[in-house]
Write a protein of this length. Structure first.
Length: 134
């Protein structure tokens, strides 16, 4: 999500510097739309095949290549194609990470301590917050 937020923040200023600032909204929409499409298919496929790690590594690789290529070639059409591919894998990675973290933490980690046990006034003086998270 950090890379997605960085693109949202910096796409317009970077494209403005390259004299393509008016295209940033459309390009960000392409990134987002492709991400929604990817998130509809890739997480389930990765989970069914137990290929979560591989998918996340592919996402890192695609991200590096995508932004390296955008740094070299500045055509709006090229950037649109690259951001479609990048968005497809990038936004699909979040559900994969969330699913994978749930598998590793197990059902006991999903139990939250009560609010009265872990209020700011009692949490420092009591170990109940930590003992209920085990």
């Amino acid at each position: 999500m950090g890379i997605f937020n960085a693109v949202a923040t910096w796409l317009d200023p970077i494209l403005g510097h390259l004299h393509h600032g008016s295209a940033s909204g459309y390009l960000f929409a392409i990134l987002t739309g492709a991400g929604i499409l990817g998130a509809a298919f890739l997480p389930e496929a990765a989970a069914q095949r137990d290929r979560r790690r591989a998918m996340l590594l592919v996402t890192v690789g695609v991200t590096a290549v995508a932004f390296g290529a955008i740094a070299v070639w500045h055509s709006v059409e090229f950037i649109g194609i690259v951001l479609f591919i990048e968005g497809f894998v990038l936004l699909a990675a979040l559900p994969v990470v969330l699913d994978w973290s749930e598998l590793h933490t197990g059902p006991s980690a999903r139990q939250l301590p009560s609010a009265s046990c872990c209020s700011p006034a009692t949490s420092a003086a009591s170990s109940c917050c930590w003992s209920s998270r085990r």
